[in-house]
Ligand binder design. Structure first.
Ligand SMILES: Nc1nc2c(ncn2[C@@H]2O[C@H](COP(=O)(O)OP(=O)(O)O)[C@@H](O)[C@H]2O)c(=O)[nH]1
Ligand SMILES: Nc1ncnc2c1ncn2[C@@H]1O[C@H](COP(=O)(O)OP(=O)(O)O)[C@@H](O)[C@H]1O
Length: 580
């Protein structure tokens, strides 16, 4: 995978256009993080991949050289007296006492790299980073974080370069250093170095920003191991399932880590367009397309047409029931960037599942990751994947990405949540583009995700649970001229697909469980702002007694934790008022 991320290639490709403009000088890249986290490893990988673009700021230190370290290459090794003289003479951009030694970056070291037109990489401690942040040096600041303190200690010990006391000293410092992640205005990016290749891929993205002269403002973004599906499949990734479903604004502005950029970092990760008709479009599948007056009454969890395909005889007290059985298993949730998908990821991760969060918007996945980490979910159990489920190559790549991250496992639970409603979709005079978009996501996207999950389950001969987030629109067509009918058509199709899946599973005699959840109107932030135009919409939701996303996520947990003989074929959830 390393080759895929070569930055020199990217620069070379864009070089033609760049030469026509006055090229911005590269910013420096400041790398911070506890001892043993892998800064040196990542820096070496970056320098080796693009030696013409990056140069290392060779620090001064009073510590003794380790075996293999060269004076003037890894560090300038000097005595304490000489260091102090240098400080007095104002030779240092920054310096600090770290682990009983003094370390510092001389102006000369940084200038030498800058004069060669390269991006200067500084490997410095937190105190040094604070000083550089206050200096005039144009830089992007990265904190490299460990997946856990245990892993950090293991790496430090495994490196075999420090004594036991030195390791204890470094571990004590590490806790304080990790706490600085939250220091306002200090870091632009936090990269979790869990899987080295993932961390390196993130570093490359950040390094590209430094190369193009961008500067951070300390409003950090946890980049984490956000996997770029499209990079896995560069040749096919741009094939949409339906032609008009291709992203419309591949080069539109988007904010990343407190900066704004005009072009995406990598073309293949371009974000899709916002809804074609933002005045009424929504992102979650069960949304304001619900016509309140038309909603049938009552939350109904027993409207099943057939029993689950598996339906083995099991007592309610069976140890197999409850969320316990899913601990450590993998749940893939589509449409994870907001609303129901977001809440589902949260509940499943908190129940001890490994969660693969799939969505198109990288920054939302980063926000979800940050949110989960802040709630104590181990970073190692979360895999955010930027993926457009309407693009076949991206969907097909998902199982491979999962197994690469967690060898030996596969998809146990699939929550098909991604779905959308579009305005301008009335049968009378709607746009074909809106229809295609809905079909591509709500129907074809679901089918492709389901097929790939089933292949993965078949490969492992372990069938889990597929949960489709449907809608009350799967059960009736809304009243009115505005046109929720096409959306309802896609959800009717989903109902047939869900039942069809059960029939096929039964025909193949496999133990797959299939559930569907049909919510009525669900309050979403997106719909609040875009569909109703203002925050006042919250009042409307209140009047409608709209469901909350978390209510639906709880229904997902209910489906997963119900014993097999309990029917979760179609859970219909209606606003409270209509439950008569
Ligand atoms: N402030 C500052 N810290 C530095 C400098 N050079 C290295 N360090 C930091 O000193 C710490 C110890 O570095 P080192 O002895 O090489 O050990 P290692 O990071 O465990 O490999 C690390 O956190 C480095 O980032 C420097 O020039 N200035
Ligand atoms: N993602 C990773 N997974 C496992 N080991 C790692 C990872 N990244 C780095 N390492 C190992 O951890 C040790 C410490 O890395 P190093 O680059 O020396 O850290 P630092 O420069 O931050 O002190 C090295 O033995 C390195 O090979």
């Amino acid at each position: 995978m390393g080759g895929t991320y070569s930055t020199e290639e990217g620069q070379a490709q864009s070089g033609g256009q760049k030469n026509a403009q006055v090229a911005e000088k590269p910013s420096a890249l400041v790398m911070c993080g506890p001892s043993g986290v892998g800064k040196g490893t990542l820096i070496k990988k970056l320098m080796d991949s693009s030696p013409r673009l990056f140069g290392f700021s060779c620090s001064h230190t009073t510590r003794t050289p380790r075996q293999g370290e060269e004076d003037g290459v890894h560090y300038n090794f000097i005595s304490k007296e000489d260091f102090e003289k240098g400080i007095e003479a104002g030779q240092f951009l920054e310096y600090a006492r770290v682990h009983s030694n003094i370390y510092g970056t001389s102006y000369k070291a940084v200038e030498a790299v800058a004069e060669a037109g390269k991006c200067c990489i500084l490997d410095i401690d937190v105190q040094g980073a604070r000083q550089v942040r206050k200096s005039k040096l144009k830089a992007i600041f990265v904190f490299v974080a460990p997946p856990s303190t245990e892993a950090l200690e293991q790496r430090l010990r495994g490196r075999n370069t420090e004594s036991s006391e030195q390791i204890d000293e470094r571990m004590a410092a590490a806790r304080e250093e990790i706490a600085t992640i939250k220091e306002p205005g200090l870091y632009d990016y936090v990269i979790f170095n869990d899987d080295l290749e993932d961390a390196f891929a993130q570093l490359v993205l950040v390094a590209k920003r430094a190369l193009s002269g961008k500067q951070g403002n300390g409003s950090q973004s946890i980049t984490g191991p956000v996997t770029l599906v499209a990079e896995e499949e560069p040749s096919q990734a741009s094939q949409p399932a339906a032609s008009t479903a291709a992203p419309a604004n591949a080069t539109s502005a988007k904010a990343v880590g407190g900066e704004t950029e005009k072009t995406p970092l990598l073309a293949a990760t371009a974000q899709p367009s916002e809804p074609a008709a933002p005045s009424k479009a929504v992102e979650a599948s069960a949304t304001n397309q619900e016509a309140i007056a038309a909603a049938p009454a009552g939350t109904d969890t027993s409207s099943a047409s057939t029993q689950p395909a598996s339906a083995p005889e099991q007592s309610p007290a069976s140890p197999q029931s409850g969320m316990q059985r899913w601990r450590g298993k993998v749940a893939l949730v589509t449409g994870a960037s907001a609303g129901i998908g977001w809440s589902t990821c949260e509940l499943l991760a908190e129940a001890g599942m490994r969660v693969v969060a799939v969505a198109r918007r990288r920054e939302r996945l980063e926000a979800l990751q940050q949110h989960l980490v802040s709630r104590g979910v181990p970073i190692a159990d979360f895999l955010p994947v930027v993926c457009d489920i309407t693009k076949e190559a991206e969907v097909v790549a998902l199982p491979r990405i999962i197994v690469k991250r967690w060898p030996g496992v596969g998809i146990d639970v699939l929550v098909n949540n991604a779905g959308l409603g579009r305005n301008n979709a009335a049968l009378w005079d709607g746009s074909t583009g809106s229809w295609v978009e809905m079909i591509s996501t709500n129907v074809l996207g679901v089918c492709m995700c389901t097929r790939e999950a089933l292949k993965d389950m078949t490969r492992r001969e372990q069938y889990g649970h597929i949960i489709n987030i449907s809608s009350m629109s799967a059960h009736r067509v809304p009243n009115g001229a505005s046109g929720g009918s096409f959306y309802a058509a896609t959800k009717h199709a989903l109902r047939a697909i869900t039942e069809g899946l059960r029939q096929e599973a039964r025909g193949r005699k496999v133990d797959l469980r299939v559930s569907s959840i049909s919510p009525g109107i669900v309050e979403t932030e997106f719909a609040t702002v875009h569909a109703f135009g203002s925050e006042d919409a919250k009042d409307k939701y209140k009047q409608m007694k709209a469901l909350q996303a978390v209510d639906v996520a709880q229904a997902v947990v209910y489906c997963l934790s119900a014993p097999d003989h309990v029917d979760t074929n179609d859970i219909q959830m209606r606003p409270v008022e209509q439950q008569t």
